[in-house]
Structures are given as C-alpha cells and as structure tokens.
Design a protein around this ligand. Structure first.
Ligand code: NAP
Ligand code: HSE
Length: 422
C-alpha cells in the first residue's frame, strides 16, 4: 500500500467534486489501486467562506507557502482557474519535482512549452485530462490508444456551457442570459463565463487537443475564434425552418502540411449526430488514417464528471513517478491554414421593394458566391428578411460581398453570418 500526500489548490465547484469522489470512492481506489490518497492541505482565497461540502477547517489555508514548504505533500492538484497565479504555482511545483494534476486549460494552452520543459527537467509529471471535455478521457485515448494513427481531423462540441445555452434556447425558447445564469448555478461555467460564451474556453481546449492529435504546437493565436453571443432566437428559428440546428463547434484538420483550427457557431443538419449532443454533454469525432472514425461522448462540465478525470490523473501521477507520458512533438515546421472554405448562412433586413432579392443575389454572384437556398419573410413596415444558404465560399469572397451589401441602399442591416457544416 502506497500512501500519498495530496494538496488541492482550490475548493470551488471542481475542488468540492474531487473531495466528494475521494470521500465516496477513496476506499475502493485504495483497495483496487493499492494507493491511499490523503488530502493534507487545501488552498483557497477565503478560509471563512461557506463550502458546498463539509471540509476540515484545519486543512484550509490561504497561504501558498504553507503548501510549497510542506514536505509531506507529494502531489499537487490545481483547480483554481485563471492564468495567474495558477501558472506560477504549477511551474513552482514542477520545479520542486512534485507532479501536478490540473483542470486549467488556459494555463496549459498558453504555457505548454514552458511547463512541459519544467516537467522534463525535474522528472515530475504534468497531467491535464480534465482540461479538455470534462469527464471524457480524450487525452489519454489519443496519447495511449491512437499512436498507430495519423490523426487527420477532429470536430466536436467541447464547451458544456454554450451547448447547454444553445440547447435550452432552441428547445425551450429561453433567453440567453437566463440560461447562462442556470449554467453558472449548475457549476458548468468558468469563474468568468465570458470565456465560455466568447469561445475562448473552447479555443484553449482546441489548442491542447490539436497539439496532442497533430504532434505540432497549435498555439491559441493560430486558432480562429468566435463565440455565441450574437446568436439570436431568430437565427435558431430560421435554422430550424431550413433543417439545421446551431452548435458551437471546434474543428481541426491537418492536410498538405497545414493545420486549420477554428471555433465558431455552426449550422449543422438536424440529422447530424452532433445535433443530438444536448445540454452540458460534449462529443468529439476523430478521424485517424488507420482506425477510421471514432466518436467520444460524455459530460463535458460539472463537478463529478470533471473530478472523475482529475482523480484518475491523481492515481496515474501517484503510480507513475519518473515514467511520465509526454507528447513528443514533430520537429518539422507546420503552416497554419487561414483561408478555408465554408458554406454560409446570411440573414439580412432589406427594404421590401421589387428587384431587391435579385440585386443581393447579384452581389453574391459577382463575388463568386453561389446559392444553395433562399428564403424571404415579410416583416411589415416595408421591410423584409432575406435568408441565404450559400455553397462553399472563401471567407474573402463572403467578406467582399458583405461589404458591398452593407453599402447597398436597400440593405437596412446584415443581421447574421454563420458558417454551415454538413
Ligand atoms: P470555482 O468554483 O470558482 O473555484 C475556484 C477555487 O479556487 C475556489 O475555491 C477559490 O477560493 C480558489 N481560488 C481562486 N483563486 C485563488 C487564489 N488566487 N488563491 C487561492 N485560491 C484561489 O471554479 P471551478 O468551476 O471549480 O473551476 C476551477 C478550474 O477547473 C478552472 O480552471 C476551470 O476551467 C476548470 N474546469 C472547470 C470545469 C467545470 O465544469 N466547472 C470543468 C473542467 C475544468 P474561494 O473558494 O475561497 O473563493
Ligand atoms: N466551462 C467549461 C465548459 C467547463 O462549460 O465546458 C468544462 O471545461
């Protein structure tokens, strides 16, 4: 039986989840894994705050040095959130040779090179399964079970909060702010939910996952990112009438030596398997050159699913001292594709006059954009809504057409521009 001293950095939603898992299943883990995990310190901001679950007050500290100077602590698990001071604490722990388990996608995505380097130098382990897709064991699966493949592309829903919001807005007609507040109450959202709704959280996760899948560093700056804050109830309704639903997708491809990585709201057919992924669930399709298509599905956010991934990493860290599994990146330089093609949904409000539809279609045609479908709705007050689904077009073509449309005398506003994936 091995006894391990653990320190937790954070006791919020996820920290409480880890404490619950260790309380409920700690004895089972002890018996099955031969490992007794003892929580010896918990770092928080405010020791007097009321906690979600009972916590021994003697374990709580607001002084990080009480953890970093404590020799009885072997392993450190971080779930404070935010870039600083979490990054500094993770780096300092690795420098001390203590393995770190973290749920912090922002820190891993932004500081991958430095942290992997510190871990390599000291021989400590750095584990971050919980940073991508909550309870889904996607990082372990790619690293340990798909080594025989070149991964060509993957695509998925990797933010639970936005999937919860889009599901409830489309199924219940509820208001964005109201559903976001519920996602916060349920513990899905980031400490600052801007990271969820603006797509930054999904972008951090995509950076980590594409670095691991493609064996090339995919920095956050190389990922196109657009959140869901501009999606309106009208877009959701028009999407439905056209046979689509709206999801925040993360898409990554490696082809001809170039990587394309992007996060944006996307129209997908109602029959698409990703449309069936509801609420805080996540799903990721991966295409490998040998295995073909795989799909991973499960809870992408919340205390217990995330704690499941964290406690698994804690067990692995305790069992793997000195034998850590790192992703060896390819040495050849890779370029990033910025000029991809997509189909687009466009929604405009125009003056309701004869010939306007033909003139707008003409603008699109002059910019090489051909049309898949067109819908017109009268709005009253001599206005009409025009909705187009285009065929595949380069972003430049669409932007050129949009610039011309915006200065057309009959166009009152361009309300929405959303990409479409079949
Ligand atoms: P949270 O509920 O806000 O909890 C944060 C905890 O960290 C709190 O206990 C807080 O102390 C403590 N803390 C924050 N800043 C601190 C500082 N400077 N010094 C000391 N303690 C500090 O956040 P969460 O939802 O648990 O998320 C934590 C991390 O897990 C984030 O990186 C997030 O991205 C990641 N994650 C979350 C989920 C999810 O579903 N929520 C899923 C996967 C990954 P007080 O309690 O005293 O305020
Ligand atoms: N806020 C994140 C989400 C937590 O909603 O997906 C899980 O990483």
């Amino acid at each position: 039986m091995k006894k391990v001293g653990l320190a937790l950095l954070g006791a919020g939603t996820i920290g409480s989840g880890v404490l619950k898992v260790l309380k409920e299943n700690g004895e089972m883990i002890k018996n099955r894994e031969g490992l007794e995990i003892e929580v010896r310190r918990i770092l928080v901001r405010d020791k007097n705050k009321k906690r979600n679950i009972p916590v021994d007050p003697d374990l709580l500290t607001d002084k990080p040095e009480e953890i970093f100077l404590d020799e009885s602590i072997d392993v450190i698990a971080e779930f404070m959130g935010g870039e600083m001071p979490a990054f500094q604490y993770i780096r300092d722990a690795l420098r001390q040779g203590k393995s770190v388990i973290t749920a912090n996608k922002e820190v891993i995505a932004k500081h991958w090179d430095e942290l992997e380097d510190e871990a390599r130098k000291s021989g400590a382990g750095l584990y971050f399964e919980a940073s991508v897709a909550g309870g889904i064991p996607i990082i372990k699966s790619v690293r340990r079970s798909l080594q025989a493949n070149n991964i060509l592309k993957f695509m998925g829903i990797i933010n639970g909060t936005t999937n919860f919001i889009l599901t409830r807005m489309s199924e219940e007609g509820r208001d964005f702010a109201d559903v976001l507040a519920e996602a916060q109450r349920l513990g899905y959202a980031e400490p600052d939910p801007t990271a969820d709704v603006e797509g930054y959280d999904a972008r951090y996760k995509l950076s980590i996952l594409s670095t691991i899948c493609f064996r090339n560093r995919v920095a956050v700056d190389n990922i196109y990112c657009e959140g869901i804050t501009k999606i309106s109830a009208d877009d959701i309704e028009y999407a439905r009438q056209l046979g689509f639903g709206i999801k925040l997708l993360a898409i990554a491809k490696k082809q001809n030596g170039k990587i394309e990585a992007r996060v944006h709201p996307t129209f997908i057919p109602l029959s698409h398997p990703l449309y069936a992924v509801r609420d805080s669930y996540n799903a990721i399709y991966i295409e490998g050159d040998m295995v073909g298509n795989l799909m991973f599905y499960g809870r992408g956010a919340g205390d217990l699913p995330t704690a499941s991934a964290l406690v698994s990493d804690i067990v692995t860290a305790c069992q793997n001292e000195g034998a850590h599994h790192r992703t060896r990146l390819d040495e050849e330089a890779v370029a990033f594709e910025k000029d991809w093609k997509d189909e687009y949904y466009l929604r405009l409000v125009v003056s309701d006059k004869p010939g306007v539809l033909a003139e707008i279609a003409g603008i699109l045609g002059r910019h090489n954009v051909s049309l898949d479908s067109v819908m017109q709705k009268l709005r009253g007050n001599d206005k009409a809504t025009l909705i187009f689904i285009t065929h595949e077009a380069h972003e430049d073509w669409i932007n050129g057409a949009l610039t011309e449309m915006r200065s057309h005398p009959s166009v009152i506003s361009v309300e929405s521009v959303i990409r479409v994936e079949r």
